[in-house]
Design a protein around this ligand. Sequence first.
Ligand SMILES: Nc1ncnc2c1ncn2[C@@H]1O[C@H](COP(=O)(O)OP(=O)(O)OP(=O)(O)O)[C@@H](O)[C@H]1O
Length: 195
Amino acid sequence: MNLLTLDTVTCLRGGRRLFEALDLVLEAGGAAVVTGPNGAGKSSLLRLVAGLLRAEAGTVRAAPAALLDERSALDPDRRLADALGFWARVDGTHDRIAAALAMLDLTALADVPVRLLSTGQRRRAGLARIAASPAPLWLLDEPANGLDTAAVVRLAAMIAAHRAGGGAALIATHLPLDLPGARTIALEPALEATA
Ligand SMILES: Nc1ncnc2c1ncn2[C@@H]1O[C@H](COP(=O)(O)OP(=O)(O)OP(=O)(O)O)[C@@H](O)[C@H]1O
């Protein structure tokens, strides 16, 4: 089963053609890494798949997706467990929170307000939101940013478990991640300004 199909997709942003005629299929269990220099369009590609940007041309067919970007999307004033609980109520996945906290080594921080978490802890909290989500397609924008070595290993294990369970992941990263069998989408620098 395909969880993502991009068919000759072109993306324009800020008067620049970021990528053109991009094709990609991600099946259940699949993963792809998006690479490229700053400004090449990695985040734009993930936002396009999430439905937050419109393709200039081509078609995007995507299963329900969970997007991690630079914001954790967690209420800074709530305890971490409660902030995750907000999304669990939306998604009907309350039973997944404890496992998600454990997977990201956050159980001991469940009662700490999100605003007091360190940079790496907040990134792990954002990943816990993704881990608890029921979405089969994960869109992870620089998920390893701010993570220590142990947390990067946990991240790789979390993605592997998601794929083993029939999910798929599209991951933009500058940092190396252990993603067996993942294909690479190398975006070129966007130079062309349109009229
Ligand atoms: N809201 C916006 N309006 C117009 N142009 C934008 C907007 N957001 C981003 N851009 C432009 O789109 C281009 C691609 O940005 P994008 O964030 O997708 O790149 P990226 O490959 O993720 O970069 P980085 O490695 O720095 O994260 C950049 O030239 C950027 O200035």
